[in-house]
Design a binder for this molecule. Structure first.
Ligand code: HEM
Length: 389
């Protein structure tokens, strides 16, 4: 969708909590409500820890999707406590702000190499040349996926992410299943190899605790690695593309940023708010709730509109304006509550390195033609962003 933010303004104003028949969901449009529901333990990313599909009045998963759901439900994002707490605690050790900060020099070096390639070519597709390879390389190195195998990751991840769109087709489902099967088989082999011959990487660290007491099963290790590889790059790619496109459309803001690079950390937050990379997250209602006087019964699904929350004038002054000097910016792009993005500190470093390097090394970076959006609504990103230097 080219620009969903006008439709959101109408929802926020007139129907901030409304049932939407086509997707059988309750749309939640205001920042205050999205933020509160993300933290509300009466909602969950899943309901399967408290009820069966049948008890929840839902169809069971189609048989052919079983391999997909098996992988996804073994990742912490689709778990609720106590399993979520156990897995998140294990993985969080690798993502403390201090550990992640120690990766900055390496991330910076990767950014410099990629930007040098773009400059040497006189320009090209910024997404293919910088936005994509940077986070893929970083997360693959962190996990310990060998360099010759890394080209496999993007296609697997793209096929799995196809299932996160609204009403995915049978074809999308089959692609996701195939990707999950191949990806799992690959990670099973790799983790067994690393368990026998550990190296200094996250797969080796996780493989050491597989089946030690009740800490981590092999399926959970695979689910965790798939989640980290997918979550660990998809949104970062899109923030880079959407962010540059926003800067090109707002040349005064780009000039301001080029003139004072100390604005960069705040500018990154503003780009994440201004064009939100993940437009919506869903939650199941585990007990009846009431939002702004509207009763939403147990068994319903709510759609939390992040893009709308990030443009709510009750929280952000002049929300449809890009302002790289914006001070008060509690954007919700990394979520909130127990599933708050585990990779946020890493994503920030990646974005600061890639934007910073491009701003410094390519001070005359220009757009060649207006980009097109990828199909889909939830994951918001550009097909390509062709630039010249
Ligand atoms: C700009 C880039 C990113 C954005 C916008 C983003 C956004 C998000 C959001 C909104 C959630 C919560 C979803 C929900 O509540 O339903 C989340 C969860 C998560 N993200 Fe990120 N993310 C980004 C980058 C990363 C990176 C680089 C990593 C890993 C290296 C990562 C790993 C995760 C993980 C593991 C979770 C699940 C946490 C849990 O369930 O406790 N993300 N992310």
């Amino acid at each position: 969708m080219a620009y969903p933010y006008e439709a959101y303004a109408d929802l926020r104003e007139n129907t901030p909590v409304t049932y939407f028949e086509p997707t059988d969901q309750w749309l939640i449009a205001r920042y205050e409500d999205v933020n509160a529901l993300l933290r509300d333990r009466r909602l969950g990313r899943t309901y399967l820890h408290v009820a069966t599909h049948q008890e929840f009045g839902r169809e069971p998963d189609p048989e052919y999707l079983a391999p997909f759901w098996h992988v996804i439900r073994n990742g912490m994002l689709d778990m609720e406590p106590p399993d979520h707490t156990r897995l998140r605690r294990l993985v969080a050790k690798a993502f403390t702000p201090r550990m992640v900060e120690s990766l900055r020099p390496r991330v910076q070096k990767i950014a410099e190499e990629l930007v040098a390639g773009l400059l040497a070519a006189g320009g090209g597709d910024l997404i293919e040349a910088v936005a994509e390879p940077l986070p893929v390389t970083v997360i693959a190195e962190l996990l310990g996926v060998p360099e010759p195998d890394r080209h496999l990751l993007r296609p697997w991840s793209a096929d799995i992410c196809g299932m996160y769109e609204l009403n995915p087709t049978r074809e999308a489902g089959e692609k996701a299943v195939r990707a999950c099967q191949e990806f799992s088989a690959y990670l099973r082999d790799l983790s067994r190899e690393r368990r026998a011959n550990p190296r200094d990487d996250l797969i080796s660290a996780l493989a050491q605790v597989v089946d030690s007491g009740d800490r981590l099963t092999e399926d959970e290790l695979i689910g965790t690695c798939v989640l980290l590889l997918n979550a660990g790059h998809e949104a970062t790619v899109n923030v880079t593309g959407n962010g540059w496109w926003a800067l090109f459309r707002n040349p005064d803001q780009l000039a301001k940023l080029r003139g004072d690079l100390s604005l960069l950390p705040g500018a990154i937050e503003e780009l994440m708010r201004y064009d939100t990379p993940l437009q919506m997250f869903e939650r199941w209602v585990l007990e009846d709730i009431e939002v702004r006087g509207v009763r939403i019964p147990r068994g319903s699904e709510v759609a939390l509109l992040f893009g709308s929350a990030n443009h709510d004038p009750a929280v952000f002054a002049d929300p449809d304006r890009l302002d790289v000097t914006r001070q008060d910016n509690p954007h919700i792009s990394f979520g909130a509550g127990i599933h708050y993005c585990l990779g946020a500190p890493l994503a920030r470093i990646e974005l600061q390195c890639s934007f910073g390097t491009l701003l410094r090394k390519a001070p005359d970076l220009r757009l060649v033609r207006e980009p097109e959006w990828k199909p889909g609504y939830i994951i918001r990103g550009l097909k390509e962003l062709v630039v010249e230097v």
